[in-house]
Design a binder for this molecule. Structure first.
Ligand code: HAM
Length: 431
C-alpha cells in the first residue's frame, strides 16, 4: 500500500494545535476592527499575470516560487496560487471600483499563501499571513499607523521583543539614479560577485543588497545607500514617517539595506524581527508603500501601503517564549448508559442538551459503562450523565468525574444545572 504524507513544506494543523491559530485570528480581527480595517476574502488563485505584473517578474517569488496551476486544455487562462495577498487585494480594489468608497479603503485578510520555497523551520510552501492594507492615502501618517498596528499585534499575541526595521526605497523619480550608482558599485566588483548575484545585477540590482549569500557581505559593506539618494519629496516623506512614529513613542531602527523582495514598493519599507534574530532572514512580518501598484493593475494612480505578518512564525515564537498553549474546548458532559440498546436515548438527550448550548458528547458505542466513564475522563469532561442505572424514568444520574460522586437529577433540571456548572472556571479547557 502507498503511504501518503502531506506535501513537502505543508503541515496538518492537528486539533491540539488549531486553537493557537484561532486565537491569533481573533487577536488580528479584534485589532483590525479597533483600527477600522475591514475584513475581506479574495480567491486563493488569480490570473498569473496579477502576480507577474504586481509582485514583479524578476522577483524570486514569481520567478522561482510561484505555484502555477497546470492549465486544462479548455482553459486559455493561466492561473497561480497566491504567493501573497496584496496583488489580489489591489486587483479587487480596481475590479469593484473601491476608489468611489471613502478613502483610504482599509482592508484586512487572513489566509493561506503558497510559495515553492525550500522548506525549513519557519519557511513553508503553504503558510498563513495576516495582511493589512490602506489604499488611497499618500501618507505619511498612515505609514506610521500601520507600523504601530503590526507591533500591537505582536504585543497582544504575546510575542515579546519585536523590533521594527525601517527604510525608504525612493520612488520612480529618484530610484533610477540610485540604481545606476548601485549597479556601478557592483560592476566595479563583479569578480567578487557569486554567479547568481551577477545575473541579478542585470535584472534586479536592488536585490543584491539583501542577498543571503555570505560572500556578499563585504561587497555590500560600502555599497551606496538609498537614503543618501532620495529626492526631496521622498526624503521629506521619510522624515515625516519617522516623526509620526516618534510622536507615538514607537521605536525603530533605520536599515538602509532593507529593500524587500517584491517589486511594487515605493518609499516606506519595514520589517519586524524578534530581537537578536535579524541575521537569520526570518522576518516575522514586513510591508511597505506601493504607490504605483493600483495603476499597474489597471486602476487610476492611487497610493497604498500595507504589511503582512507570517502567522506560522508567530506560532513558532510563541511556542518558544510565549504564553502557555491554548486550551482545546472540552465537553461539559458525556451521556453514558449501561444498556447496549440505549444509544437512541443517549443521542436524544445529548441533542437536547446541545440545543441548550452545551458542549456534550454522547456515548454511541456498546462498550461497558466503566469504559465509557474512562473515555469521558480522557475527553476532559467534568460530568457523566448516566441513563438507566435503576433510576425512575424522568431522572438521570449525574456523576462528577473528578469527585467520583453521583446523584440523581430530574431530566428537566439537567440543562440548567449543567449550564451553571459550565460557567464555573474549573470546567473549561484541556491543555
Ligand atoms: P513578504 O515579506 O513576502 O511580504 O511576506 C510577509 C511575511 O510572510 C514574512 O515576513 C514572513 O513572516 C511570512 N512568510 C513569507 N514567506 C513565508 C514562508 N515561505 N513560510 C512562512 N512564512 C512566510 C508580503 O507578502 C507582502 N504582500 C506584504 C505587504 C502587504 N506589503 C504591502 N502590503
Amino acid at each position: 500500500m502507498p503511504s501518503y504524507r502531506a506535501p513537502r513544506g505543508t503541515r496538518d494543523l492537528l486539533p491540539a494545535e488549531r486553537p493557537a491559530w484561532a486565537r491569533l485570528e481573533r487577536v488580528a480581527s479584534d485589532i483590525a476592527a479597533r483600527y477600522g480595517y475591514r475584513e475581506l476574502e479574495t480567491p486563493l488563485f488569480e490570473l498569473s499575470d496579477v502576480f507577474e505584473r504586481g509582485v514583479g517578474e524578476t522577483t524570486d517569488i514569481v520567478e522561482k516560487e510561484l505555484f502555477r496551476i497546470a492549465p486544462r486544455s479548455e482553459d486559455r487562462e493561466a492561473w497561480a496560487l497566491r504567493p501573497e495577498a496584496t496583488a489580489g487585494i489591489v486587483r479587487a480594489y480596481v475590479q469593484h471600483g473601491m476608489r468611489t468608497w471613502p478613502q483610504p479603503v482599509r482592508l484586512s485578510l487572513i489566509g493561506p499563501m503558497f510559495r515553492y520555497d525550500r522548506p525549513q523551520a519557519g519557511r513553508y510552501r503553504q503558510f498563513w499571513q495576516w495582511d493589512v492594507e490602506a489604499i488611497g492615502d499618500p501618507g505619511p501618517a498612515v505609514d506610521a499607523e500601520l507600523v504601530e498596528l503590526g507591533l500591537r499585534f505582536y504585543r497582544e499575541a504575546g510575542v515579546a521583543d519585536v523590533d521594527v526595521l525601517l527604510n525608504s526605497i525612493g520612488d520612480p523619480g529618484c530610484r533610477p539614479a540610485y540604481l545606476a550608482a548601485l549597479t556601478a558599485h557592483y560592476r566595479a566588483r563583479v569578480d567578487d560577485l557569486p554567479e547568481r548575484e551577477r545575473r541579478r545585477l542585470e535584472t534586479n540590482p536592488l536585490r543584491l543588497l539583501d542577498s543571503k549569500d555570505p560572500d556578499m557581505a563585504a561587497v555590500n559593506l560600502d555599497a551606496p545607500r538609498i537614503t543618501d539618494h532620495l529626492c526631496a519629496a521622498c526624503d521629506e516623506h521619510f522624515a515625516a514617517v519617522k516623526a509620526h512614529l516618534a510622536a507615538m513613542g514607537v521605536g525603530y531602527r533605520v536599515e538602509p539595506g532593507l529593500v524587500r523582495g517584491l517589486d511594487y514598493y515605493t518609499r516606506t519599507a519595514f520589517e519586524y524581527y524578534r530581537r537578536g534574530a535579524e541575521g537569520q532572514q526570518q522576518a516575522l512580518g514586513g510591508g511597505g508603500r506601493y504607490d504605483g501598484l493600483v495603476e499597474l493593475l489597471g486602476g487610476r494612480p492611487t497610493p497604498g501601503i500595507g504589511f503582512a505578518l507570517g502567522l506560522d512564525r508567530v506560532v513558532l515564537a510563541l511556542a518558544e517564549t510565549g504564553p502557555a498553549a491554548v486550551a482545546e474546548p472540552v465537553p461539559i458532559a458525556v451521556v453514558c448508559g449501561a444498556d447496549p440498546a440505549g444509544t437512541a436515548e443517549r443521542l436524544r438527550i445529548a441533542t437536547l442538551l446541545r440545543a441548550e448550548g452545551l458542549a456534550v458528547r454522547a456515548e454511541l458505542g456498546h462498550r461497558k459503562l466503566g469504559r465509557q466513564l474512562e473515555a469521558a475522563v480522557r475527553d476532559g469532561a467534568r460530568y457523566a450523565v448516566i441513563l438507566g442505572d435503576g433510576l425512575p424514568s424522568g431522572e438521570v444520574g449525574l456523576r462528577d468525574l473528578r469527585a467520583a460522586s453521583q446523584k440523581a437529577v430530574a431530566l428537566d433540571d439537567l440543562a440548567a444545572l449543567l449550564r451553571r456548572k459550565a460557567g464555573s472556571p474549573s470546567t473549561s479547557g484541556r491543555t
